[in-house]
Each structure stands twice: as C-alpha cells, then as structure tokens.
Design a protein around this ligand. Structure first.
Ligand SMILES: [Fe+2]
Length: 294
C-alpha cells in the first residue's frame, strides 16, 4: 500500500475513528489514502494522530478535529473545510453514533449507492422500498457553487418502514429526501420525520478510504425520535448498511469510471451524473478508473 499523490484527495478532512473508539491510555492503528496512521489517546483523554512509517515508528504529526461524534484528520496542508451541519447542535435531537462498517469498495461507489433511490425496493425490500411501488420520481440536482456541494432535492419514495419509529407505527409512507454531497468522501440526507412535517432527520455517511478499494463507513445521525431505544436506532441503520455492503462489494469495475459512456445512466441516476461531473471538474484521480488510451 502506498500513499496517494493526488492533491485533491490529500486535501480533504477524512474520518479516521468514531469518538469512544480510542480509549484513554490506548492507541489505534488504521490507514487513510494508503498512509498508515496511529491515533493515541493520553490518560486525560487528549488524542493525537501521527503517520506511521515503514519501520512502524511515528512520523509526521497530523491535525485532529472532532465533529459529529467522529475524529477527522487530513494529510493535506490546505484541506477543504469540514461541513456545517447545524442539526447536530439542536438540543431536542438525539445524536446516534452508528459505529462503523468496513467494506471492500471504492469510496465513490459508496457515495453513489447512498444517493441511489432505485435500489431501495430490491436491496432494502419491505423496509425502504416495496416491489409494488418501484418508480423513482423525477427530482432535481444542482451544484451549489457557493458551498461547492452537490444537492438533490424534491426526492420522494414510498417506504414500508422508513425508520425505526415509522416501522413501529406501521402502514408505510411517502418519504421525502434531500441529499447533500458535502465532500468527495462525505454525503448526507435529510429525511421526513414520521408525524412531523416541519423538520427532517439528518443522516450522514462519512467515508474513510483506507485505500482506493477498502473503506470504513461512519454513520452519525441527528434525529427526532423520542420513542426508540438507541440500540434499535443503531440496529436499523446497521441492517440497512449491511444490505448495501453485499451489493457494493460485488460492483465492477471497482473503481469509478468518469467517462460519460462507461455506464448507461437512467433518469434515476441524475444525482450520480452530477457527482461524477463534480469529481471530474475538481480533478480527482484517487479511486477513479483511469481511461484506457485509444
Ligand atoms: Fe441502500
């Protein structure tokens, strides 16, 4: 494994552990973008992060930032700012740290899967989708240049059991979504809260690309749910993600192609087209299938 030389990938804040994963007096070894790193936690709870050399010893110290129940670090000198997600500061929300899931897949395939509504009925049958109502309604996507993010809005889908609280009440509902790609390695959605027309649940996915084809996914949520236990909430989210993992680990090619003709888009894929165009525009090479010379 060698560290990438792609400056676009290097200049991102990347999730490297969830809060509580590194306990006082212990250290935790992991990797990002092909670089081995070690997070150490002193007895007073202060954490530090270092690159680890081939000899196993610590090298350059890296910055650490804690947000959304996650520790982030960066290998770059001028990283893109971490996103602002105000919902995590709202006092009446429950912040659920849904732990982490390791998977052998490209980080961008994971983002695209998160954006894709067409798979709900097949992969998350009877939970996020129903075989009787498979249509993905037309939605809008835009590149919000002021924040340099990709958004998909006006998304709607019939869901038999959209969340833990909705599943308990039963009957299914049309769920409204807004998707927000916050960086090449992080995406989130805003989703209808059952019985609350005014506010949305905020569900995030931060991806730690250990390499181009191996990642750890973190799923913090800031949700409005005073009924379910934290275990129920986490189990629901993990069940969904483990269903996705089977699909993701079997996608070919593993790396993401950016040539328009590489994979045939449908109208349901407009958010993925916008995401690919955005990656191409920023010059991302890490995790991208290199075009064959003609
Ligand atoms: Fe899924």
């Amino acid at each position: 494994m060698s560290v990438t030389d792609d400056p676009v990938a290097l200049n991102q804040w990347i999730a490297c552990a969830y809060v509580g994963q590194v306990t006082p007096g212990k250290s935790y070894d992991t990797a990002m973008l092909g670089q081995a790193i070690r997070i150490s936690c002193a007895l007073d709870g202060t954490c530090t992060c270092h690159e680890i050399g081939d000899d196993g010893g610590p090298g350059r110290q890296l910055p650490l930032s804690q947000r959304f129940e996650i520790l982030f670090t960066t290998l770059g000198d001028t990283p893109r700012q971490l996103p602002d997600i105000p919902e995590f500061a709202e006092a009446d929300r429950r912040v659920a740290n849904c732990a982490s899931v390791g998977l052998h897949a490209s980080p961008f395939r994971i983002v695209e899967n998160f954006l894709d509504m067409a798979h709900f009925c097949f992969v998350h049958k009877d939970i996020l989708g129903s075989m009787e109502k498979t249509e993905v309604f037309t939605y809008k996507t835009e590149h919000r240049k002021d924040v340099d993010e990709i958004w998909a809005t006006d998304c709607a889908f019939f869901q038999p059991a959209a969340s833990t609280s909705a599943a308990e009440k039963g009957g299914g509902q049309v769920t409204y979504y807004k998707y927000r790609v916050m960086s090449p390695f992080s995406v989130m959605l805003y989703k209808t809260v059952y019985g609350n027309a005014e506010r949305d649940d905020a569900i995030c996915l931060f991806i730690q690309p250990k390499s181009e084809t191996e990642c750890i996914a973190y799923m913090p949520m800031a949700i409005l749910d005073d009924q379910s236990t934290m275990t129920q909430i986490i189990d629901f989210q993990q069940t969904i993600f483990l269903q996705d993992r089977i699909i993701l680990e079997n996608q070919r090619p593993v790396l993401l192609p950016l040539t328009p003709s590489a994979e045939i888009p449908t109208k349901a894929d407009v958010s993925s087209i916008a995401f690919r165009r955005w990656l191409k525009g920023m010059g991302m090479r890490f995790g991208i299938l290199q075009e064959q010379a003609a």
